[in-house]
Design a protein around this ligand. Structure first.
Ligand code: FMN
Length: 168
């Protein structure tokens, strides 16, 4: 079987795409071929030995695209190791309650395909470039803007995922 791994992601403002690229880089360092793709561009899963799929959280939920992708491809995904990652701002606070809520954003996809690993990472919120609706929500909830991504944690997680994949 091929050693190629897919890292597929959804993003609205690019921060999850960069997390996906960092995961891809780390897997490449471990010696595997990796494709990092927006989930909407993935047509065929047959080349892949494993898949890492991630989304940012918006209003407590994953974006729809990766959920639809997992639902559509659940049969194939159930035959290979799959890992999920979630990017959100609340999880800069690593308290159990906050992490449990962030975990809940993956409940529906976990029911479809059980992952070998999950990762929850702090993201980035920019003050400019947001859609009108998102800007309004950010103002309303007085969200803190900034880049809280922890590249060390992302890379360590990618290494752990690689270990799980080769052990499966
Ligand atoms: C309108 C809006 C709603 C958000 N809702 C949540 C949320 O419910 N939980 C959370 O942890 N982060 C939330 N965030 C923060 C995003 O998950 C974070 O900024 C993420 O890094 C964005 O990813 P992207 O740049 O790939 O789109 C929200 C951000 C916006 C703009």
């Amino acid at each position: 079987m091929t050693e190629r791994i897919l890292v597929a992601y959804a993003t609205r403002y690019g921060s999850t795409a960069e997390v996906a690229e960092a995961i891809g880089d780390e897997l490449r360092k471990a010696g595997v071929d990796v494709d990092v793709r927006p989930v909407g561009e993935v047509q065929d899963l047959s080349p892949y030995r494993a898949a890492v799929i991630g989304s940012p959280i918006y209003m407590g939920k994953w974006l729809p695209e990766p959920q639809v992708f997992i639902e559509r491809n659940q049969q194939r995904l159930r035959t290979i190791p799959v890992a999920y990652f979630t990017v959100g701002l609340t999880v800069t606070d690593r308290s159990p309650e906050i992490l449990r809520k962030a975990e809940a954003s993956m409940d529906s996809v976990r029911l479809l395909v059980n992952p070998v690993e999950v990762g929850i990472f702090p993201g980035r919120l920019k003050s400019s470039g947001l859609s009108f609706t998102d800007r309004t929500i950010v103002k309303m909830i007085r969200a803190t803007t900034g880049d809280f991504r922890d590249w060390g944690a992302v890379r360590a997680w990618a290494q752990a995922v690689h270990q799980k994949i080769i052990a499966t």
